[in-house]
Ligand binder design. Structure first.
Ligand SMILES: NC(=O)c1ccc[n+]([C@@H]2O[C@H](COP(=O)([O-])OP(=O)(O)OC[C@H]3O[C@@H](n4cnc5c(N)ncnc54)[C@H](OP(=O)(O)O)[C@@H]3O)[C@@H](O)[C@H]2O)c1
Length: 178
């Protein structure tokens, strides 16, 4: 079965992806896009990203939610809350794989160190990056996609920004590993 691993995130101009356990912006179109891209695919995330989801929305519906933690007690609680737990990124991807349809994608959905690990270890082949025309302070960052290793496959809009209802400009970019 040829399951691809992808990463998906939204970042500001400075690659900020989070601040104090949350995303410091409101772009409903990005949430809708995330839902559309990941629906039906397993998702992999770190324990803090899981905790950043509103309780009523976790596990994210229609998707196997694999959560990475190094803490056995937390793992027990997480599985009682409906998550599949894993002790490393590789373990998480292996646990997610059987839940992916053939030729579908396992989506790694954060946070910062987990994205970096997925990129640096060569696990991720696809990156769905929402660019936000915004500058905010943050404490969590997306890794850089090295142009020598990644190329832009598509962007919507192709140039410039689409305006969200909150006024923030956004653009959906898809990259593939060369
Ligand atoms: N903009 C976006 O698209 C986006 C997407 C996702 C998240 N975010 C934001 O990012 C922030 C959360 O991300 P984060 O980087 O702080 O945390 P995170 O990666 O979601 O979670 C970190 C936790 O995951 C577990 N973990 C991570 N790597 C591990 C490893 N190799 N082995 C074992 N356990 C591991 C550990 O849990 P234990 O401590 O339980 O062991 C660690 O404390 C929030 O602000 C969130 O809103 C933004």
């Amino acid at each position: 079965m040829s399951v691809v691993v992808g990463v998906i995130w939204a970042q500001t101009r400075d690659r900020v992806i989070g601040s104090e356990g949350t995303m410091p912006w409101h772009v409903p179109q990005d949430m809708a896009y995330f839902k559309q891209v990941t629906r039906g695919s397993p998702v992999v995330m770190g324990r803090r990203t899981w905790e950043s989801l509103p309780e009523a929305f976790r596990p994210l519906p229609g998707r196997t939610n694999v959560v990475i933690t190094a803490d056995d007690d937390r793992a027990q609680q997480l599985s009682e809350q409906g998550a599949v737990t894993a002790s490393s990124l590789e373990d998480a991807v292996e646990r997610a794989r059987p839940h992916a349809a053939e030729t579908s994608t396992v989506w790694v959905m954060g946070g910062g160190a987990i994205y970096a690990e997925a990129i640096n270890k060569g696990l991720a082949r696809v990156a769905a990056v929402t660019q936000l025309d915004l500058s905010v302070d943050g404490d969590t960052y997306a890794p850089e996609l090295d142009p020598a290793q990644w190329h832009l496959v598509s962007a919507a809009p192709e140039e410039g920004w689409q305006a969200s209802e909150s006024g923030v400009g956004y653009r959906f970019e898809t990259y593939a590993r060369r």
